[in-house]
Write a protein that binds this ligand. Sequence first.
Ligand code: PLP
Length: 380
Amino acid sequence: MNIPFNRPYLTGHELEYIAQAHANGQLSGDGAFTRRCHVWLEQRTGARKALLTHSCTAALEMAAILLDLQPGDEVIMPSFTFVTTANAFVLRGAVPVFVDIRPDTLNIDESLIEQAITPRTRAVCVVHYAGVACEMDTIMAIAAKHGLKVVEDAAQGIFSTYKGRELGSIGDLAALSFHETKNVISGEGGALLINDQDLVERAEVIREKGTNRSKFFRGHVDKYTWVDIGSSYLPSELIAAFLAAQLEEASAITGRRLAIWNRYHEWAAALESGGRLRRPIIPTECAHNAHMYYLLLGNLADRTHFIDAMKAAGIGTVFHYIPLHSSPAGQRYARTNGTLHHTDATSDRLVRLPLWIGLEDHQDHVMQVARDILIKSMES
Ligand SMILES: *Cc1c(COP(=O)(O)O)cnc(C)c1O
């Protein structure tokens, strides 16, 4: 039996909605399905404005343009994240400034942000790792005190909350991902959430190749033209139709993922108390969306052995991230403030277990194989 690390979940309505989009005769972006997704996201997250993009990466690039970053401006962020968190800002000539993560949530350590601020600092980009919220009250207060913008990389955070507030509705801007490895998917896909009203109009322009096409469609101008920098960041209606089918099922998807997550968490408790691993830690003010289940093993050798042994048993597990500060581009384009001990240690020790809808039938097997490997390797 082969159990992959990820298997995209289909609700069963995707093709029907794509056929409808096709029948509607509008295949380019911003048609009926895109509007449906926008309304859904705005109502569900409480964000002031939602705009679909073709990826979370695109949404982050839009955020970087909206912040008007100039070459040499600095953006404080974790190094323990996906490449595009940093790359989006580097494309504007800005400099990512990495600070360490908290050992409990693996999110940016809010207590390290203030000491990384310089006269060039313009923004903080937080990453809600594994769909568990960063310490947003503290981060928003620091940003307000120093006049910084806050961007939430909420790629993994749809449906998670912090003190009852949806992730993506707290910072000035937020980016969601609908990549097939995320909870709610459209193959490739994303959204920019805009909470600062002053940024909404310009966001529409940037997303439409730097034109005022959205205004034109609303009848506010009688022809549309090039007014600003921008690119083509919107997805086609076919993607929006697929996504609409997923969003309708999003609560059920989260529920089923949470059931799998909770089973892993109960199972790993005994291994944790036996000193074989550390389980994820969820602060009480955070409700998470079961985006991933990870284990922190003893060290790099343990982790390598575990992944190899799981693979030999036909079970896919993965690790991430190569910390950005140790990557070739990170060294060229970014700098680090302070030590990144927790980032480095986490990167060596973390392994993600399979978590997808349908895994329910195989989860006992995954847990049994994993347990055997962990117990044997401790004995040898
Ligand atoms: C997945 C992910 C991204 C990129 O999302 P895409 O939609 O693939 O562009 C960015 N940041 C984080 C933290 C992610 O997990």
